[in-house]
Each structure stands twice: as C-alpha cells, then as structure tokens.
Design a protein around this ligand. Structure first.
Ligand code: ACO
Length: 336
C-alpha cells in the first residue's frame, strides 16, 4: 500500500467534515464530487446553492447533492457565526458591522465553521492567494497549544532505491510560511514537523535541525539560533528524537554522521529536515523535487489548532482531492 492508499483508507474509516470555501470553483467542485463518489469525507461547500448546482450540472458531476451547501449571503448563517468572529477579533478593534461583513467572506466563514465544531478542516486556495487563506486561519483557528507559529511542510516521496529517510519518505519544513523564524519559532516548527511526519507521512520522526555547521564546526548567529531552537524543541517534546546543529550530510548519511557527529541520536538517519529559514527551505524543496525527481506533497500546514490547507492557484482537481485526504488525516491525528 502506498502512502496515499493508507491515508485514503484511514480517512474512509473515520469520515471527517471538510469545508470548501471556494464551492463555486470548477476544479474544487470536481474534486468534491470525486471525494463524495469515493466515500472519503463529508463535504461542505460555501457558495450560492443555485450557482453551485448549475455548475455541477454543467460539469456533469453526479454526487454534489450529497454535499451540504452553506450560502454566505444567508443572514441566518451570518447571525450564527459573526458573534464568534467578533469575540475573537474585538481586542484587535473589530466592530460588530465589520464582523458581519468579514464572516460573509467564505475563507473566514469556513474557518468559523471549523472553530465552532461544525466542520473538521478547510481546504482553499484554488482561487485565493496564500496570504488570504492563511490570514483567515491565523485569525480564527489560531495555533495548537505550545505552538505560536504556523508553518508548512512538504512530504518528499523519493524514487525507489535512494537510501534516505524512512521507507523512501522525508519531511521538509518550513518551506512555505515563516520568512525568518526566531529560535523559539524554529523549535516549534521542528515539533510541528515531527507531528506531520507521524500523522501524515506515517513515519516515526527523527528530526534534524539543519545548519552550515555540525556540532560546533562553525560559529555565528545563524548557528546559535539553531542550537537555541534545539533546546526549545526538546523542552516542548522531551521524547522527541532530535538533534542539531547538523549539516545535511551529517543528518542523512550514517558514515558522515559517524565522523562528524558520532554521538548524535540520529546516527545519520534523520527523516525530518528542519531548515533555518524560509529562503533555504523553499529553495531546497524545489531543488530536491526537480533534480532528484522527487514527488513533493504539500505544503501541509502545521501548527494550527485545526487543519486548514492552502492550494496552489495552478492546481488540478487531483491536487485538491489529495489535499482533502491529507486534511482529513490531520483532523483524525489531532483528535487522537
Ligand atoms: N503563524 C501564526 N500566526 C501568524 C503567522 C504564523 N506563521 N504569521 C502571521 N500570523 C498572524 C499574526 O500574528 C497576525 O495576527 P493578529 O491579526 O491576530 O495580530 C495575523 O496573522 C496577520 O499577521 P500579519 O503580520 O499581517 O501577516 P501577513 O498577513 O502580512 O503575513 C503571511 C502572513 C502571508 C503568511 C506571510 O508570512 C507570508 O507572506 N509568508 C510567505 C508565504 C509565501 O509566499 N511562501 C512561499 C510560497 S509557498 C510555496 O512555495 C509552497
């Protein structure tokens, strides 16, 4: 069974309610139809019901009648969810009128449904920018206990025969969100990435905090940041198998680890690689993906109190389908 077969089976066995704020977006609607046809999740579409049904007929989709449709123009819907938004944002100066207007924004409405317990996760971004998808999630859903920063991981599925990671899988973070994390934020990203590795990549995490230095071989503020992040991560999760600061070869090649970091608990067998900042993380995942013919699944947003995932605006229905499956598994993992 490959990773997606495992994740699909787990989602089907414990159906989650996934809200799709871009309910009238053709690729999103097609993915929703496929998810419903395959019995993977319950789907909540946000949008004008008439428009959604017309689009479904046009696209010849046969399962959309199984979805729940929430109309953001319905005053009763806004009456239900705006008070929660006002409560969450009052301190930031939001007025009642603003809360009603913002609650009618499907990205916020979906997050409000998740926050209220009326949905288990949200997937959006086929039409909206990353910033807009993330901001609604940051403001409404907020972070999980112990974590103050949301970040984005990629699950890297290596071609057969490469002796890295576990079962050909590595998790990379943060490759998507936090431009220049502080040391405490980097430590939190490491802990969140370990959870992604466990819940989604289904591997036992062995986390390396990467640097240009291995165990004092070089010095500088960037090295100090990684060393401090290691202490933060260990304090957050004392049972985590984690080490740093390590160069990549000392993290993933046992013979190099033996020379450069003989006492490392990772022994050169790290499967979660945490990059010191977004510049490195984003460039690294794209290089590995292209040069190594590696499949990069994600970004999987991690650190939120309930799962929300962002899509690329160039995505295909298949990408949305897979992101819904990942979101279901995050929701299941969080409940466990
Ligand atoms: N985690 C948790 N909360 C956050 C985070 C975070 N990482 N970043 C911002 N917030 C919160 C803030 O505290 C603030 O909360 P408040 O309103 O309650 O005070 C709110 O979110 C908005 O904060 P801003 O500083 O206004 O954040 P902004 O909206 O400007 O930026 C964003 C957030 C869009 C995610 C920014 O960090 C960003 O652009 N990151 C890079 C994204 C990117 O382009 N990635 C590369 C492409 S993705 C890819 O290649 C796969």
């Amino acid at each position: 069974m490959d990773l997606f077969e495992k994740l699909t089976a787990r989602a089907k066995a414990n159906k989650q309610r996934i809200v799709l704020p871009e309910g009238n977006e053709p690729r999103t609607l097609t993915a929703a139809d496929n998810i419903l046809a395959d019995g993977i999740a319950e789907i909540i579409l946000i949008g004008d019901p008439v428009e959604i049904k017309e689009l479904a007929a046009e696209l010849k989709l046969n399962h959309i009648d199984k979805a729940k449709i929430i109309n953001p123009a319905d005053e009763k819907v806004i009456d239900k969810y705006a008070p929660l938004l006002l409560q969450l944002r009052k301190k930031k100066g939001m007025t009642e009128e603003e809360s009603r207007l913002t609650a009618a924004n499907p990205l916020y409405l979906g997050c409000l449904m998740v926050k209220s317990g009326d949905a288990d996760g949200q997937v959006a971004g086929a039409r909206n920018t990353t910033g807009n998808v993330l901001r609604a999630a940051f403001q409404v859903i907020k972070t999980m206990p112990g974590i103050e920063v949301v970040s984005g991981a990629f699950i890297m599925l290596l071609p057969e025969g490469l002796p890295f990671g576990t079962d050909g899988i590595l998790v990379f973070a943060d490759c998507a969100v936090v431009p220049d994390p502080t040391a405490p934020q980097l430590g939190q990203i490491a802990v969140a990435a370990a959870k992604t590795a466990h819940d989604i990549a289904q591997i036992e995490p062995r986390v390396a905090l990467l640097s240009y230095s291995t165990k004092g071989s070089a010095e500088g503020p960037a090295v100090d940041k990684v060393i401090e992040a290691l202490a933060v991560a260990k304090a957050l999760d004392p049972n985590l198998i984690i080490d740093g600061e390590l160069q990549t070869d000392a993290a993933i090649v046992p013979s190099v680890a033996n020379m450069k970091a003989p006492n490392s608990p990772l022994s050169g067998r790290a499967n979660v690689l945490v990059f010191p900042n977004l510049e490195v993380g984003n460039i690294a995942y794209k290089l590995v993906q292209r040069l190594g013919k590696v499949q990069a699944v994600g970004p999987v947003l991690q650190g939120l109190a309930a799962p929300v995932n962002d899509l690329s605006r160039g995505c295909f229905p298949e990408d949305i389908y897979k992101t819904i499956i990942i979101t279901c598994n995050q929701a299941i993992g969080m409940k466990e």
